[in-house]
Design a protein around this ligand. Structure first.
Ligand code: SF4
Length: 745
């Protein structure tokens, strides 16, 4: 079946805008699209030789990206045409080997098995996990959610609850400003805590996004913006910082509390804003709770100079316009909800929000229109959702916490999950606590994996469904749409004709729904039954109430829509919202932090004499989670997820570059390949996640890396609000080992 490949041809005569030069002007054909390897959604021109994609070019006349792409996006030709790419449905046979079968047959068999599980055990027995791949495909998540409503299943999970669930819950608990943050391009100070968009191409809302980050940062610095970075590593962003607080891993809460103490004790907060919008008593409660975190105390605890803490706090608070935000570093470390609460509190007490009459620079074009007002929305309690069977956790925002899913699968009971659809994800590589994940994959009655390659998870699947890849789909960027620093229209038709028996993610859910005879309801109505609709039909239904008519977004692809910049309206006179920055549980947690010697004490089994290092998470330019190793242009640059260490630590341990180290947490051990990195502070060891084998040993570490999620324990030191496991700043021991360890580990 045709995926509805659009022309979207970029002709040299009409659309070159001066960017087709030399031999590119002679290229056979060029089609405009956007990259969906990661969230950044860089516009690209796809160069063809016949039906082969041969090269990816940045779009130099794009108003936001100005030609920017990264090395991952430039590998799209290899991804599309990779000889090992799955192009037929694979079914596991009784002896364990896989046989190709037609997708029609697969859908019949899956629907029959799933229907039997639903009939016998009810909706919760069927779960979906939507991973990173599903999030770069606009219809994937909405249709999967709709499918779960249709089969009355609460068992919906996404990768959001692996790394940054507190981004939602913290703002729900503290309150949200309906006028939005101060405009990024007008900031005087950017405070970036544990994020590095030069590599991750991602940042918190209001921060430096992956939209052409190098040029954007240079321009803002030239204009006078100061940059403060808190990170244990001198990252690409930290190397541009005016102040770099090279904090000990896992001690960010103490550092933020100290900065808040400086701001509040010196009266540097926005008195008028706090008077009007902070719940009575909460400013005082916060000031009291952080008063125990003097700069001298925080200096000792966090390993940074007290003067630098004071200077960073004053620089941030005295700026007219500033933004503080966190990335996955602190969000995956101990005390993650508290940490997010403190960062939002930094923005609240200094009033970092657009006020009545100001004009915002950013606005979603895909979301429905909503009032932009100078007032607080909420707070609301996120913890009213359905109960998980584990650790007293609850679902929120239409999904359940991913850290419990393996146990939901393995633990018997009436609500046990028996069927899992992995939708563009790789649970064995990505879920925290790999031992439990492996047990879960074995325990499932039915595992359906939507993936284009044989991953660590796919090798457990009963059915592997090969999807259409990005250039083969019509699409929009559902996440970046909200975070682009201008109202910006981005849409692509499919530009590559798919080869093989491939299905878009949403088509898998639709095909099963057809066989189960249930309706998939989207904002614009039910997806039609009968003949399979197109991607565009489904996009029209998802974005039926978008702020800009969806056809306009198609027509104005690649344009800034300045007419959508919002002017902040006055507060609703009836509003009663206020910021709750002194929440009792977080103030108590601050006292606990003050009583600790180290954040590592959150983990039972931590022994300060043994676990003298902290393993921190690391993003790679060449990989996005488990994606990248299969592409030769990326694999050559990073054949393994190196264990980066400070060279002085390596010398003390007798470890050499490319030597092996055994890294042990209270939960388990792995073998890593050491690499010296003088940009890391001593005592930190930095590795990328989602690598390695689906098993307990690391024989092939030099070729495929080692899984850091083996070191993680979802039951030990978890965040009680979100269930977030400690996945960074993990207390570990590190010793040099020989090649023998690969066999005997
Ligand atoms: S930053 Fe992300 S979207 Fe842009 S080219 Fe790289 S992988 Fe693609």
């Amino acid at each position: 079946m045709s995926a509805g490949v659009g022309s979207n041809t970029v002709s040299g005569a009409c659309n070159n805008g001066g960017f087709l030069k030399g031999d590119r002007a002679m290229a056979s054909e060029m089609k405009r699209s956007f990259c969906r390897i990661c969230h950044a959604a860089c516009p690209i021109d796809v160069e063809f030789d016949g039906d082969q994609v041969v090269k990816i070019h940045g779009v130099e006349d794009d108003p936001l990206f100005e030609g920017y792409t990264c090395i991952k996006g430039r590998q799209l030709p290899d991804q599309i045409h990779h000889p090992d790419r799955l192009r037929e449905v694979l079914k596991r046979m009784p002896d364990g080997h896989y046989e190709p079968i037609p997708s029609e047959q697969a859908m019949d068999e899956i629907a029959e098995k799933m229907g039997a599980i639903l009939a016998e055990h009810g909706g919760r027995a069927v779960a979906t996990y939507t991973g990173t791949g599903g999030y770069q495909n606009a219809p994937s998540d909405p249709v999967a959610r709709s499918f779960h409503k249709a089969i009355d299943s609460l068992s919906y999970y996404t990768s959001v609850t692996i790394d940054q669930p507190m981004k939602r819950t913290a703002v729900m608990r503290i309150g949200a400003w309906a006028g939005g943050p101060q405009n990024f391009t007008e900031l005087d100070v950017l405070l970036a805590i544990g994020y590095n968009p030069m590599v991750s191409s991602f940042a918190p809302f209001g921060g430096l996004q992956g939209t052409n980050p190098f040029t954007t940062l240079r321009r803002l610095k030239d204009r006078g913006m100061k940059v403060i970075v808190i990170d244990p590593r001198r990252t690409e962003l930290a190397s541009q910082a005016d102040i770099h607080l090279q904090v000990k891993p896992g001690e960010d809460p103490a550092l933020l509390a100290s900065m808040l103490h400086v701001i509040l004790s010196e009266g540097l907060h926005d008195h008028e804003f706090c008077e009007q919008w902070v719940e009575p008593g909460h400013l005082e409660a916060l000031a009291d709770a952080v008063s125990a975190f003097s700069p001298e105390y925080a200096s000792e605890r966090c390993g940074v100079a007290a003067d630098d803490i004071v200077s960073a706090a004053r620089t941030y608070a005295e700026a007219a316009r500033a933004h503080a935000g966190t990335g996955t570093g602190p969000s995956m470390s101990p005390h993650p909800s508290l940490m997010e609460h403190l960062v939002i509190s930094m923005n609240v007490v200094t009033g970092r929000f657009l006020r009545e009459g100001e004009v915002g620079e950013s606005m979603s074009v895909l979301q429905p229109a909503a009032p932009v007002r100078a007032q607080v929305l909420g707070p609301i309690d996120p913890l009213r959702g359905p109960a998980s069977r584990f650790r007293g956790l609850r679902g929120y925002g239409g999904e359940m916490p991913c850290s419990t899913l393996a146990q939901e699968i393995t633990e018997p009971g009436p609500e046990q999950v028996r069927c899992l659809i992995s939708n563009g994800g790789n649970p064995v590589a990505a879920w925290p606590d790999q031992k439990r994940s492996l047990e879960a994959m074995d325990a499932l009655e039915l595992l359906v994996v939507i993936d284009h390659r044989m991953t660590q998870t796919a090798q457990f699947a009963d059915y592997i469904i090969p999807p259409r890849l990005s250039l083969e789909r019509a699409d929009v960027p559902p996440f970046m749409d909200r975070w682009f620093r201008e109202p910006y229209a981005c849409y692509t038709p499919a530009v590559v004709e798919p080869v093989g028996d491939l299905m878009n993610d949403w088509e898998v859910f639709w095909e099963i729904a057809e066989r189960l005879d249930v309706d998939l309801e989207l904002p614009g109505g039910v997806i039609p039954h009968g003949d399979r609709p197109t991607d565009d039909d489904v996009l029209d239904l998802i974005y039926a109430h978008s702020r800009v008519p969806f056809q306009t977004i198609r027509d104005r692809n690649g344009e800034v829509l300045p007419e959508l910049r919002p002017t902040v309206e006055a507060a609703d006179p009836a509003t009663s919202g206020s910021f709750h920055i002194g929440l009792g549980d977080h103030m108590e947690e601050l006292a606990q932090v003050r009583g600790e010697q180290s954040g590592a004490e959150r983990m039972e089994g931590y022994d300060p004499a043994v676990h003298t290092f902290r393993l921190i998470s690391r993003r790679l330019k060449t990989h996005l989670n488990s994606l990248g190793g299969e592409l030769p242009g990326l694999n050559r640059k990073n054949p393994t997820n190196y264990a980066h260490m400070n060279p002085e630590d390596m010398a003390d341990l007798g470890v050499v570059d490319e030597g092996l180290v055994k890294i042990s947490s209270p939960r388990s051990s792995l073998i890593g390949v050491a690499k010296g990195a003088s940009d890391l502070r001593r005592g930190a060891i930095s590795m990328a996640h989602s690598w390695g084998a689906a098993g307990p040993t690391d024989e092939k570490v030099r070729d495929i890396g080692a899984p850091t999620n083996r070191l993680i324990d979802v039951d030990n030191g978890y965040d009680t609000i979100t269930g977030q496991a400690i996945q960074s700043a993990i207390p570990v021991s590190v010793v040099a080992v020989t090649e023998d360890a690969l066999i005997n580990a």
